[in-house]
Design a protein around this ligand. Structure first.
Ligand SMILES: [Zn+2]
Ligand SMILES: [Zn+2]
Length: 354
């Protein structure tokens, strides 16, 4: 890494950098951009690893609104490269991650401790230039130190982990709960591991892909099942003695998995809707089921005040076991293609690698 990082610094001194900018639906361009300077209260970061998130793909396909042109990338681990005036607590060379969202601070949601529900929420890498570039400038107040023992490829996962921690908060896990996780992509794996760390009595993961089922076992599942298996329902009943699951986590986000979640929850159970379903998708559930089995359905949106905890938990998550595929900026097309194909558990871009 040292050689390419040095080369990158030289280029930055020239005042230009490479950045991947969204210009409109289907139009992502690698461009030469001016290196941004940090203003008061800001730091400039040299991103080392940046996750390609479902949100990046949704923006590119016009399924999530973002103003063009803007540099995408909101799951960042990198090094502080320049510190603006009035910044305390950060020095050049610090290994850091970014909690990408900022809020208006004055609406009724912000003023009642629910910033993440702020209608004026703005994200770096969505509404303002993000991390798919050789440099990124952000306010120091949204920057967090990372343990230097972590690899950048794991450090950049603090952001999705912080969202999963919020999901666990909403789920209200208790020790000994029986847990069903639907889907074993990266989010399903993180939630499986968090459920294990939180004292789950039994964790079953349902996932059609065989490799992903192996991943789920490595991340703490007691049993894995294939939802395409005709004996699937019987396997579920066998796992819980017919009583259903105290906690069901939908880490897929579809009508089908939501309906499965409701049908497989135990009396008094909670269904966490975590995966992002298509905006138009609807599901069919009987209100009587929710009433008579006293079910709770909760959503979890982004990461209110959980990024700090994510940083502390990151070293215990075993995330170096993830199947991560990493690409230099110039190979962004391959990176987005692989993200869409789902053949790696996580796709990342390494902006300093050439
Ligand atoms: Zn993300
Ligand atoms: Zn607000």
């Amino acid at each position: 890494m040292t050689n390419s990082a040095n080369a990158s610094t030289l280029r930055l001194l020239g005042g230009k950098m490479q950045g991947l900018r969204f210009h409109g639906v289907g139009d992502l361009r690698l461009e030469e951009l001016p290196v941004p300077d940090p203003g008061p209260g800001e730091v400039r970061i040299r991103p080392l690893a940046v996750g390609v998130c479902g949100t990046d793909a949704h923006i590119l396909h016009g399924e999530f609104p973002a103003p063009a042109p803007v540099v995408l990338g909101h799951e960042v681990a990198g090094l502080v490269e320049a510190v603006g005036a009035e910044v305390k607590g950060f020095l050049e060379g610090d290994f850091v991650t970014v909690q990408p969202n900022t809020f208006c601070t004055v609406c009724r949601f912000c003023r009642t401790g629910r910033e993440h529900l702020c209608p004026e929420l703005r994200g770096y890498g969505v509404h303002a230039n993000g991390g798919f570039a050789e440099a990124e400038v952000v306010p120091a107040r949204i920057v967090y130190h990372l343990p230097t023992t972590l690899k950048p490829r794991v450090g950049c996962l603090a952001e999705p982990l912080s969202c999963c921690i919020h999901g666990m908060d909403k789920l209200g896990m208790q020790s000994g709960y029986t847990v069903l996780v639907l889907g074993a992509g990266m989010i399903g794996l993180m939630l499986t591991r968090l459920a294990r760390l939180a004292g789950a009595g039994l964790i079953v993961v349902s996932e059609p892909d065989g490799l992903r089922r192996q991943d789920a076992l490595a991340f703490g599942a007691d049993r894995v099942v294939d939802p395409q298996d005709p004996n699937w329902k019987a396997a579920m009943e066998d796992a819980t003695g017919g009583s259903g699951f105290d906690a069901v986590i939908d880490a897929v986000g579809s009508s089908r998995t939501f309906e499965q979640g409701v049908s497989l929850a135990a009396r008094g159970g909670t269904i966490l809707v975590f995966g992002v379903a298509p905006m138009q998708a609807t599901a069919s559930v009987r209100p009587y089921d929710i009433f008579s089995r006293e079910l709770t359905v909760v959503g979890a949106l982004i990461n209110p005040f959980t990024h700090e905890r994510a940083v502390h938990l990151l070293p215990q998550m075993g995330l170096d076991k993830l199947r991560i595929a990493a690409f230099p900026l110039a190979e962004f097309k391959q990176a987005f293609d692989m993200q869409a194909a789902g053949t790696a558990t996580k796709v990342e871009i390494l902006p300093q690698q050439h």
